[in-house]
Design a protein. Structure first.
Length: 202
């Protein structure tokens, strides 16, 4: 089936969702995420996404009903999992910082685009956490757990609870303070200068 056929409006009164292929759905999601990064949430419209992906507006509304639902679905589709396991807590933290820095610009622009809209829409806020925040926190907690199990740091070390806040904090605040994203080099230097010494690691 071609994308044009998949996007053809259904007869009036039909409530069945369109049969959109996974590839076509990915195209829609990529378009809305890119427009969010480039234009901000308020500037994204169902009409604009329909025009940029060459489909009918009714197709998008049948599938996702509202813009917040559409954006939430796109965010959830972008959720990723990351496993870092070098065998060393210090090296795991360096590698996690490097990986976060590689996506810093894309992720930070999404967070900035949704900063005002997400608190007003519970589904959107939930999707944002599921896509960009919870996976990173889970990965850091897993890194810490393994480090504790290996005996590299005590389980009750007071700095452990603050590692996610440190990592997320520097990712999000550098654009405000310096007008630049926290790239891999910057984040690794931050880990080596601030995080590892706090844990008593080198």
């Amino acid at each position: 089936m071609t994308s044009q056929a998949a996007d053809r409006p259904e007869p009036a009164g039909s409530s069945r969702r369109s049969k959109i292929t996974p590839e076509r759905e990915r195209e829609f999601f990529d378009a809305v995420l890119e427009q969010l990064r480039e234009c901000g949430y308020d500037s994204v419209t169902m009409e604009g996404i329909a025009a940029s992906t060459r489909c009918s507006k009714s197709t998008l509304y049948r599938q996702w009903k509202t813009k917040p639902q559409f954006v939430a679905a796109a965010l959830r589709s972008n959720r990723r999992t990351r496993r870092v396991d070098t065998g060393s807590l210090a090296d795991d933290l360096r590698e996690a910082a490097r990986a976060a820095g590689e996506l810093s610009g894309r992720d930070t622009r999404l967070l900035q685009a949704l900063a005002h809209a997400a608190p007003q829409d519970p589904e959107l806020q939930c999707a944002l956490r599921e896509a960009l925040i919870e996976p990173e926190i889970a990965a850091l907690k897993e890194i810490i757990r393994r480090g504790v199990e290996r005996g590299e740091v005590p389980a009750d070390h007071p700095a452990l609870d603050f590692i996610p806040a440190q990592m997320f904090g520097v990712l999000r605040v550098r654009p405000l303070l310096e007008g630049e994203y926290a790239d891999p080099d910057y984040l690794v230097r931050f880990v080596e200068a601030a995080v590892l010494p706090a844990l008593g690691l080198t």
